[in-house]
Design a protein around this ligand. Structure first.
Ligand SMILES: Cc1cc2nc3c(=O)[nH]c(=O)nc-3n(C[C@H](O)[C@H](O)[C@H](O)COP(=O)(O)OP(=O)(O)OC[C@H]3O[C@@H](n4cnc5c(N)ncnc54)[C@H](O)[C@@H]3O)c2cc1C
Length: 440
């Protein structure tokens, strides 16, 4: 199947053609700062902006180039970021409602909606040219049973029909997708798409405009409390900070074993096709929405901002593997959804790490005096930006509570940050997906 690779094939993300991770504006860290932020993705940069706007001296320390992590590799689907899959797949009260109570659950939900609105507001305020469109999302059912579950979910989320959800039965799905592979779906109007690396670049420039100190290629190796603050160590320097935020998400290694034990790094992979005929594109995705399916090993796909390519993603391999290998797997998946694309070549295949949490929720909080935001569960464009802003405001003294702040952040007794169980989980999910389809 080597002929699926275009002669210009590269393993760099497609997005990096417009904005690759950079060291632009990097400087050695100062000896002292008010707040040290570890990690330069959406979380770290949005927190830095909030803090700088409130008069704090902020230093962002990034192990690699700015934007090396998931923030310049993702699909650019901007949705509310709260994975309610398990929570509301039936009409019965969800386990989450039972666990947290309805009032807390509704606050989580409300803030997840706010996350998209705030994303839009920041893009506008900072004039970030990242092709943001309120395109809507089409969530497609892999089986008839999944379709019923989507209907239940929609009823739970939007009981009075004012939330912008719309049912699309299988007979009408060609209005939304040029494929008969699925069993209908729902359109979620309150959802958008953007160019993830240009959004990241816009945040980086917003930090630069505010005088945030930015240090690339500066991995934080240790953080030690020193009575009134912290000593933050890197291989070449030590920095004193009053407060520290860990914004390392799925890329968390050092310096917090506590956080590592709570985050499961999972590979998500993407491919880009070569440029396609405009008419082919129009048929693949007539309304240019983001699309995701309901499989356990999910697929997500969209049209590129220039309208010329299909960008197809999925969790084909839970580990970061050879991009040629994951590219082949994704290609097979893409052509089973869109058989008309057989023979089309791919120009890019890449992967990144998403941060799963054991309770499927995003988290923010403080442990041993160190702030953290982590656990986007694959939906962090709006949500991690939101939590970054919330934690930034909190550090700056804003007492407005967030429903995400301080939620119990579970781990498992033998888990130290190396997800040895993923092959077994992946195999189980694959088998369950096959079984679901076979049952229909
Ligand atoms: C392939 C893929 C597709 C995705 N698609 C979507 C999507 O369509 N929609 C959506 O909402 N979400 C999506 N996501 C998730 C989304 O990209 C993330 O939730 C979001 O980018 C997380 O941002 P972050 O700032 O928390 O982490 P990251 O962007 O991962 O940044 C963490 C940074 O911390 C740095 N770091 C780690 N350790 C240290 C250290 N010790 N010292 C200094 N720096 C350190 C890393 O180098 C990294 O740059 C996807 C993710 C991937 C990988």
């Amino acid at each position: 199947m080597d002929d699926i690779f275009h002669p210009d094939f590269t393993t760099d993300p497609y997005w990096w053609e417009a904005a690759a991770p950079t060291t632009e504006g990097s400087q050695p860290p100062p000896e002292e700062t008010d707040v040290a932020i570890v990690g330069s993705g959406y979380t770290g940069l949005t927190a830095a902006i909030e803090l700088a706007d409130r008069g704090h001296r902020v230093t962002v320390l990034e192990a690699r180039d700015f934007g090396y992590g998931a923030s310049t590799r993702n699909g650019g689907h901007a949705s509310s970021g709260f994975n309610l899959g398990k929570a509301s797949s039936s009409a019965k009260p969800s386990p989450l409602v039972k666990h947290l109570g309805l009032e807390h659950y509704n606050r989580l939900l409300g803030e997840s909606v706010d996350s998209l609105l705030e994303l839009e507001a920041v893009i506008e305020r900072e004039a970030i040219d990242c092709d943001y469109q309120r395109s809507g999302r089409f969530a497609v059912a892999y089986t008839p049973t999944h379709f019923k579950q989507l209907v239940n979910k929609m009823t739970a989320l939007d009981p009075d029909g004012s939330g912008g959800y719309r049912l699309v039965p299988r007979e009408r799905q060609r209005d939304e997708i040029g494929s008969d592979f699925y069993h209908g779906g729902i359109v979620v109007e309150r959802s958008g798409r953007l160019h993830p690396a240009l959004y990241h670049r816009g945040l980086l420039h917003a930090c630069q405009r505010r005088g945030v100190s930015l240090s690339a290629r500066t991995p934080v190796t240790a953080i030690a409390a020193d009575g009134t603050g912290f000593r933050v160590r890197t291989p070449t320097a030590e920095l004193r900070a009053n407060e520290v935020l860990l914004a390392t998400n799925a890329y968390s290694q050092e310096p917090s074993p506590w956080l590592r034990r709570r985050v499961i790094p999972l590979a998500s992979c993407m491919i880009a096709t070569e440029e396609l005929d405009p008419e082919v594109i129009r048929r693949l995705n007539p309304n240019r929405r983001t699309i995701n399916d309901t499989k356990r090993i999910l697929s997500y796909f969209r049209i590129s901002p220039d309208g010329k390519r299909l960008l197809y993603g999925g969790r084909e391999s839970f580990f970061t593997t050879d991009p040629r290998q994951s590219g082949r797997l994704l290609y097979a998946r893409m052509t089973s959804v869109y058989p008309q694309l057989a023979g089309v070549r791919i120009t890019h295949s890449w992967s990144g790490l998403v941060a799963m949490s054991f309770d499927h929720l995003p988290h923010m909080g403080t442990h041993d005096g160190i702030h953290y935001c982590a656990g986007c569960n694959g939906s962090g464009v709006a949500m991690m930006s939101y939590l970054g802003r919330r934690v930034g405001r909190k550090i700056a003294g804003d007492s407005t509570p967030s429903a995400y702040d301080g939620l119990p952040f579970p781990t498992r007794p033998t888990y130290t940050g190396t997800p040895w169980f993923l092959p077994a989980v992946g195999g189980y999910y694959r088998a369950m997906d096959r079984l679901d389809r076979w049952r229909t």
